[in-house]
Design a protein around this ligand. Structure first.
Ligand code: AMP
Ligand code: GLY
Length: 424
């Protein structure tokens, strides 16, 4: 099977790497990819947002499967462009990607499907916003209705700050605060059916102890030894299947990864948000533990025949990912800082250094080129072991201004990042 991965971040590196390790995959291509992916795959200088160009590339290389990594190309309709020329695409259509692209749409679908989530109101004026804030009370949760690269959500006890965010965004979703540990559950969907991958947890704040501003994610681990064994099945039954049924009813069948961001509240799992893609870095440790072939699974999902493949299998043990970010992240990022130590870290057994924001200069130096620069992923006997290995490998890598959290996957493992949102 020839595969093409669209995107250039850590998620795409981890996906491409897992595909390259699948014996059923003969070729891995990426557009545009990154220097890490370029070590084992063929890179193509094609704009991931341009559907016709992506489709033409897929046809030119004879791709059997295209995996679209990030949400922006999905929301822009790149999956539709691939489907139009008969290329199998793992990733939802433009219509179905609204589950991530519009918070108001996803709330509407959840309500119609009876999915447990925070009570919410969509507000377009400051009067509506003020009324919704007062109805739910503090802590206040205000979300920009449009895609905001993870920066559209404000959780605060300060009513004025909540109102100001609502005014700055225009249309917002204001909702009830969900109290409980956050979990990422990835469902591989074929339009009708889904398989869940092993749950993971993502550490979203920039600083130790869940302090400072939200980021795209500073680290992650799987499995969650403290979570209920049947969490994935519960979420498939209560959230994923009803959502797939509702999307099919609306004639926008959902094909791709449905990323369910959950809060495990005292009343049970509640959906915080849907995303139309795998989460990064949350998916990285999950892919490290996946024992069954990724290519076959994603192709079957893309072709609407998940019933023909077995449920994904996961290895014993655990995996931990620690993100290395550049100076200034998440407000800004620093480009061009020379990175040393990556080859040494990558050579350690059980370690993969995943590239997220790197570049190679004309002189051949590996340098920073984004906010999240690298992720060090380790596989170990258990979370404690994998964590120790990830930090030992991260110790070998350095660049000016490098930032990393020291408490990724630390005890207690049920640590509630969601509850520390108010620190920032
Ligand atoms: P989102 O972009 O919707 O994932 O929100 C970003 C982060 O804000 C989440 O990961 C949570 O930590 C927090 N958050 C969002 N919605 C809620 C909610 N209803 N209750 C508590 N925390 C929330
Ligand atoms: N790690 C969170 C996300 O990918 O949205």
């Amino acid at each position: 099977m020839k595969t093409l991965v669209i995107g250039s971040g850590g998620r795409e590196h981890a996906l491409a790497l897992a595909l390259s390790r699948d014996p059923g995959v003969t070729e891995v291509h990426a557009a545009p990819g990154n220097p890490g992916i370029g070590q084992f795959a063929t890179l193509h200088d094609v704009d991931p947002m341009n559907g016709p160009e992506v489709a033409a590339l897929a046809q030119r290389i004879g791709a059997d499967l295209v995996v679209v990594g990030p949400e922006a190309p999905l929301v822009a309709g790149v999956a539709d462009a691939l489907t139009a020329v008969g290329v199998a695409c793992f990733g939802p259509s433009q219509a179905a990607a609204q589950l991530e692209g519009s918070k108001a749409f996803s709330k509407e679908v959840m309500a119609a499907a009876g999915v447990p989530t925070a009570r919410a109101h969509t507000c377009s004026s400051s009067e509506e916003a003020a009324a919704a804030l007062d109805e739910f009370g503090a802590p206040y949760v205000v979300k920009d209705d449009a895609l905001a690269a993870g920066k559209g959500v404000v959780v605060t006890n300060d009513r004025d700050e909540a109102l100001a965010h609502a005014a700055a965004c225009g249309r917002v979703v204001i909702e009830e605060f969900l109290d409980g540990p956050e979990v990422s559950l990835f469902a591989v969907c074929d339009g009708e059916r889904a398989y869940a991958l092993q749950p993971a947890q993502d550490f979203k704040r920039i600083f130790d102890g869940g302090r400072g501003p939200n980021t795209g994610g500073m680290g992650s681990y799987t499995p969650l030894p403290w979570a209920q064994d049947d969490l994935a099945e519960q979420v498939l039954a209560a959230v994923v299947q009803p959502t797939l049924d509702e999307m099919a009813r609306r004639e926008m069948p959902y094909v791709g990864c449905l990323y369910v961001g959950l809060a495990l509240t005292e009343a049970g799992p509640r959906v915080i948000e849907f995303n139309a893609r795998f989460g990064d870095p949350d998916i990285q440790p999950v892919l490290a533990m996946l024992e069954s072939p990724l290519g076959e699974l994603l192709l079957a999902a893309a072709q609407g025949r998940l019933d023909e493949v077995a449920a994904p299998r996961f290895a014993q043990g655990a995996a931990v990912t620690v993100v290395l970010a550049s100076a200034g992240y998440p407000e800004s990022s620093s480009k061009g800082d020379v990175i040393v130590g990556v080859p040494d870290a990558d050579l350690l057994p059980g370690i993969d250094v995943i590239h997220a924001g790197t570049a190679v200069t004309d002189a051949g130096d590996l340098v920073t080129a984004g906010g999240r620069v690298l992720a060090v992923r380790a596989v170990g006997a258990d979370v404690v072991d994998a964590r120790a290995q990830a930090y030992a490998a991260a110790d070998l890598i350095s660049f000016d201004g490098m930032q990393l959290r020291s408490d990724i996957a630390a005890e207690p493992l049920g640590v509630i990042e969601g509850a520390s949102v108010l620190d920032g």
